[in-house]
Design a protein around this ligand. Structure first.
Ligand code: AMP
Ligand code: MN
Ligand code: MN
Ligand code: MN
Length: 288
């Protein structure tokens, strides 16, 4: 069966996490770029979901609720996108609140490390970029370091600071993989492994991630995302087939100034894959 969606974009961030646009601005931008099914997937947070759904409706665009949960797996941070869940589900809301919980303390420790490297005032500096006080992220620090003239752009910040082995990196314990998948599935949604090529996992660890994810009830993987190369589209199309997972597509758009792919400006899924929007047909919110 051919489904009506030509240009789904199921991964993006607003000021409710580490994006620079409001949910309403994102909805308008997505629509202008021809997106016909959109999901706002703020990190560890569903506080923007009702606004995003209303903004999508106002734009005449179909909508799926979304979030992107930070998970610790094999010593690495892995992101699990949730789509099509009930954003008011109590266990999901509580699980996300717990996942967000350590961010402020982590941010203070990041700032202390940066201060020890001669960069003063990073906590207050990062806070000026924060739209949601519960969600201070490395991205906000990166914007401050660019503003302060320490680096030219945010990719340079992540190469020189804030990542493992670099000043300002504070290891953090996020949610467990099984918990994140259960919160999403328990709230009626589908769990998706986000941008799998971005993790520094050995082949065995990656195999374990995919098999454990599936065993916990995960059903999809991002194949086409803003941070994958075309070789990686092909690789994760094969992985989707091997693990019997549906495929997702999303830009991971954060900001007009920072993101390499705009909303809705990605290649289509490779042929022959089941799509996550087919799985989620009953959960899509249609404009009136
Ligand atoms: P956090 O959740 O605070 O650990 O921050 C993670 C966020 O930092 C990601 O969602 C990205 O938005 C951003 N990020 C991580 N690595 C990079 C990178 N190499 N270049 C640009 N942004 C990055
Ligand atoms: Mn982000
Ligand atoms: Mn991510
Ligand atoms: Mn993301």
């Amino acid at each position: 069966m051919t489904l009506p969606y030509q240009n789904p974009d199921l991964h993006s961030h607003s000021v409710v996490s580490d994006g620079t646009l409001t949910p309403e601005e994102l909805a308008a931008r997505a629509r202008a770029n021809g997106v016909d099914l959109w999901a706002l997937t703020d990190h560890d947070e569903v506080g923007g979901q009702h606004r995003a759904a209303a903004a999508a409706r106002a734009q005449g665009m179909a909508y799926l609720c979304g979030t992107e949960i930070s998970v610790s797996f094999a010593g690495e941070t892995v992101h699990i996108v949730g789509l099509g869940f009930d954003p008011d589900d109590a266990a999901l809301v509580q699980g996300l609140a717990t996942t967000r919980g350590g961010r402020e303390q982590r941010a203070r420790e990041m700032a202390e490390q940066l201060a020890a490297h001669g960069i003063a005032g990073a906590f207050e500096g990062a806070l000026r970029y924060v739209g949601n006080p519960d969600l201070i992220s490395r991205t906000h620090f990166a914007r401050f370091l660019v503003e302060a003239g320490v680096c030219r752009d945010t990719p340079e910040v992540f190469r020189k600071y804030l990542t493992e082995g670099k000043p300002g990196y504070v290891p953090h314990r996020w949610a467990a993989l099984g918990d994140a998948v259960r919160w999403i599935v328990g709230a009626g949604g589908v769990a998706v492994i986000a941008h799998p090529a971005r993790y520094r996992l050995t082949a065995n660890e990656e195999y374990a991630l995919f098999s454990e994810f599936r065993a916990h009830g995960g059903q999809a993987v991002e194949v086409v995302t803003g941070s994958h190369t075309s070789a990686e589209y092909a690789r994760y199309a094969r992985m989707a087939q091997e693990f019997d997972l549906a495929a997702s597509r999303g830009s991971d758009f954060h900001s007009p100034e920072e993101s390499s792919y705009d909303l809705g400006c990605l290649p289509h899924l490779p042929a022959g894959l089941a799509s996550v929007w087919e799985l989620l047909e009953a959960r899509i919110q249609h404009p009136a």
